[in-house]
Design a protein around this ligand. Structure first.
Ligand code: NAP
Length: 306
């Protein structure tokens, strides 16, 4: 039996691991893809203290290496089932059932879909939810990015050196994303590299086997415009990946896990950290903070209960 199982290897999960391993706890990380979570899919990161500018994938691997060098064990698998109501927590994957004294849900969040007809059909055939993963497929082509948050702005900044032109489609004319990134995009607008398509939503996806364009409706004027593009990057936020625990863990109305200030959920020995938690600010630095706080509480929980 491990001391702690952490599900999800983003900055929140990995920071939990680093603090626990330094306190000589045994830790198993279960990760579906590559460690780093959303950060590994981010281009440049310029708001994480200590690094003026660093690629997301590089920061992810630095944090993962740090945890691994302390003795982190990692299993790459989907979790199929949680049995976490008892004192010993059990997690079932395709290959095994793992047990631990405490469990940390660092499940992150998955990309939201536009819910426009044929969206699923065009995934991988013009539609992507990850600019840093798929941007290179669109060298010197025309693409659109949908969204008005930090992800969409950073996707544009990542894509602008790769593609010929970007249409940034946003349903309002104000952005949630940082002014700093937005100002950089205005500079590219002057060069004709980016066109802002504001107060607009994608109403139709065009193409037969492969996406060739979108139909966009201006919500104010009701004008409909066709934009010919080779790629569409959808960056309209994320939703928590909490389906498997929804019957036992307290969630808010949007499916995010509710914790107290020590990252404890409603079940003893079950913690949640990072983007999957109900919280105001979802950033790398707040994810790491969650991990550190959780770890300290878990160490105390284990010493009192085992
Ligand atoms: P977000 O901040 O929630 O923004 C989502 C955007 O998509 C909003 O502008 C929203 O429009 C729009 N949207 C939502 N549903 C839509 C729909 N059905 N159709 C069209 N547009 C839709 O999501 P995010 O950009 O993925 O960021 C998530 C969190 O991660 C945020 O807290 C963000 O700050 C953080 N993040 C930080 C960094 C960084 O600091 N470097 C980088 C990436 C992400 P409205 O504005 O009209 O609601």
């Amino acid at each position: 039996m491990y001391d702690i199982i952490i599900v999800g290897g983003g900055p929140a999960g990995l920071t939990t691991a680093i603090y626990a391993l330094r306190a000589k706890k045994t830790v198993l990380l279960i990760e579906r893809y590559t460690p780093g979570g959303q950060v590994a899919q981010t281009g440049k990161i310029e708001n994480y203290p200590g690094f003026k500018s660093i690629d997301g994938i590089e920061l992810s691997s630095i944090i993962f290496d740090q945890a691994s060098s302390l003795g982190l064990e990692t299993v790459y698998s989907d979790v199929l089932e949680y049995d976490i109501l008892g004192k010993v927590k059990k997690v079932k994957t395709y290959d095994a059932i793992y047990e631990a004294k405490a469990i940390v849900l660092a499940l992150g969040a998955v990309a939201k879909e536009l819910n426009v007809e044929n969206e699923k059909k065009f995934v991988g055939k013009g539609i992507s939810y990850c600019a840093t993963c798929d941007g290179n497929f669109f060298k010197n082509k025309k693409v659109a990015v949908v969204g008005g948050g930090n992800t969409s702005l950073e996707d544009c900044l990542y894509l602008v050196d790769i593609v010929d032109k970007i249409y940034l489609i946003h349903r309002r004319d104000e952005f949630r994303g940082d002014k700093h990134s937005l100002n950089k995009l205005f500079e590219y607008e002057k060069l004709g590299k980016i066109e802002f398509v504001l107060n607009s939503t994608v109403t139709k996806l065009l193409g037969v086997n492969y996406l060739t364009g979108v139909e966009v409706e201006n919500k104010l004027t009701k004008d409909v415009r066709q934009i010919d593009i080779d790629g569409l990057f959808i960056a309209i936020g994320r939703r928590p990946d909490t389906n498997l625990v929804q019957n036992v863990i307290s969630l808010d109305e949007n499916g995010y896990i509710i914790t107290d200030e020590n990252m404890c959920t409603n079940i003893h020995g079950v913690y949640a950290v990072g983007d999957v938690r109900k919280k105001r600010l979802r950033q790398i630095v707040t994810a790491c903070s969650d991990g550190a706080i959780a770890s300290v509480d878990i160490i105390e929980y284990i010493s009192k209960n085992f």
